[in-house]
Design a protein around this ligand. Structure first.
Ligand code: BES
Ligand code: MN
Ligand code: ZN
Length: 502
């Protein structure tokens, strides 16, 4: 879909018209573009509103007027904007997403949206236009490459979307970073959606390596190198699979020379069978997205590079496949992590924390980052605690936690902080080794997982995002079609932009 920005012009005939979308405030007051169309069409809009008792101009209400007289437009779509000034940046994104779906559902190929923000608004019209376009771009994502027999009538039709309002040049400029963000989000969604016979450690590493064309410095560590570094925890998970593991390091140096980088670390289990502690068959296919943390880190690094972020950042992803086999770890095995701590692996399905243990240790040891944030589909328990609306946040630093929560709110990727505490930490003391990878009961499963991860973090400010409940959506949302969400890419991009680039 091609997105462009223009001044608003009512579609006077002649012209080949697509759809034209204009806003209506709650309780029926027309925006200026709507008033223009109403006059030109001999009152079609006023009559349509009068004839539609269920249309109040509330947020997310849409009312189509097909084939209006005296206009070179196939249809007018009235979009409810709520109370004047009530629509914020996120609101315009949601509107963009809702319009995209509506326009595709009626088969439009082209549409123009006339923007008005209202006098009371805190958002400039050009910025609102860029957000609306962003929402439409985010919602237009599809993972359809394997649907070879899809009926043409199910394919999206909207090929061009013009967002029209005052100062299109400013809107165009504001949209540049959003375009990069939409591409990064789509890239991550693709990585997460691909099945595990296509995306496995080597191929996921190649995808990351491909980003060097954007100016990222990408290094790959193979099994031999990881063995030399002593990464017994990550390698323990990998040993059951015929697919060799990889650790990928991506660096973006857009900040001051020598300034300590922000570090992002991702769990990249390209398929999680559970290993010898095997998962039940039902739903196991979902475990192709157990690399979502890594996918988000790779997408984030791509975005920082694409928009030339003024920051030093490093992304580290630990890539393994967790399989049961004759060479797999057994419950009870003891492995030695890069940190030197020994780990009793009592459940081979608690594998993400083993991967993070070595990836985090390596990251802080080598890069001495200013802060470290890991993302992982770590626990089913986080779904029990928070469902699919918030990711779990754990942090050893209040400022870091507050910043992450604020960035999440701003982009609509919400976080909820849960505690870390010595009382939980005790639960993973092992009789046979320094630490065990499960507590042995189901109490506070996500916190226990975070406590395990924290044992491999030194004094550096650190946060852990448990994204198991939000990485994949079973339902459509305005800017997130069902499937892989890329939750975290926008959040962390915003976090970097708001707090570390000024
Ligand atoms: N990848 C899973 C967690 C998960 C569950 C992600 C559901 C997405 C949806 C993780 O590796 C896992 O298996 N965790 C175990 C930990 C347990 C054995 C302590 C779990 O949550 O059951
Ligand atoms: Mn597992
Ligand atoms: Zn897992």
């Amino acid at each position: 879909m091609k997105i462009s920005f223009a001044e608003f012009e009512p579609p006077r005939p002649p012209g080949d018209g697509g759809a034209v979308v204009v806003g209506v405030w709650e309780e029926g007051a027309l925006t200026v573009p709507a008033r223009q169309l109403d006059e030109l069409s001999g009152g079609a809009i006023s009559r349509a509103i009068a004839a539609s008792p269920r249309f109040h101009g509330k947020k997310s209400e849409l009312l189509p007027i097909v084939a209006p007289a005296n206009l070179a437009a196939s249809r007018i779509v009235l979009a409810g904007l709520g109370k004047p000034g009530a629509l914020d940046a996120r609101g315009f994104e949601d509107l963009g997403g809702a319009l995209l779906v509506h326009l595709n559902s009626v088969g439009e190929a082209a549409a123009t949206v006339g923007i008005e923000v209202g006098d009371a608004s805190e958002i400039a019209p050009a910025v609102a236009a860029a957000h609306l376009a962003f929402g439409a771009a985010l919602r237009s994502y599809r993972f359809d490459k394997y649907r070879t027999t899809e009926k043409p009538e199910r394919k999206p039709t909207l090929a061009t979307l013009t967002v029209a309002g005052p100062n299109p040049a400013a809107a165009r400029k504001a949209y540049e970073n959003f375009a990069a963000a939409a591409e990064a989000v789509a890239f991550t969604r693709d990585l997460v959606s691909e099945p595990a016979n296509v995306i496995y450690p080597e191929t996921l590493a190649e995808q990351a390596a491909g980003l060097s064309s954007l100016g990222l410095d990408v290094e790959m560590l193979d099994e031999e190198r990881m063995r030399a570094l002593g990464m017994g925890a990550l390698l323990g998970v990998a040993q059951g699979s015929v697919r060799p593991p990889r650790l990928v390091v991506m660096r973006w140096n857009g900040g001051a020379d020598g300034a300590a980088p922000l570090a992002f670390v991702g769990k990249g289990v390209t398929f999680d069978t559970g290993g010898i502690s095997i998962k039940p068959a039902a739903g196991m296919g979902e475990m192709k997205w157990d690399m979502a943390g890594a996918g988000v880190v790779i997408g984030l690094m791509r975005l920082l590079a694409a928009r030339s972020a003024k920051v030093n950042a490093v992304g580290v992803v630990g890539l393994v496949e967790n399989m049961p086999s004759g060479s797999a770890m057994r419950p009870g095995d003891i492995v030695t992590s890069m940190s030197g701590q020994t780990i009793e692996v009592l459940n081979t399905d608690a594998e993400g924390r083993l991967v993070l243990a070595d990836a985090l240790w390596y990251c802080q040891d080598r890069f001495k980052p200013a802060l470290m944030i890991d993302l992982a589909t770590l626990t089913g328990a986080i779904v029990v605690a928070l469902g699919h609306d918030h990711a779990g946040l754990f942090a050893n630093d209040d400022t870091l936690a507050e910043r992450l929560v604020a960035a999440g709110k701003a982009v609509g990727e919400k976080l909820w902080r849960l505690p870390l505490d010595d009382a939980y930490n005790k639960a993973i003391d092992s009789d046979a080794a320094d630490v065990k990878n499960i507590a042995g009961d189901r109490a506070a499963g996500s916190i226990v997982g975070a406590q395990f991860v924290q044992r491999f973090v030194n004094k550096v400010p650190w946060a852990h995002l448990d994204i198991a409940g939000v990485a994949w959506a079973k339902k459509d949302a305005p800017t997130v079609p069902k499937g892989a969400t890329a939750f975290g890419v926008r959040l962390l991009d915003r976090f970097v932009a708001d707090y570390y680039e000024k």
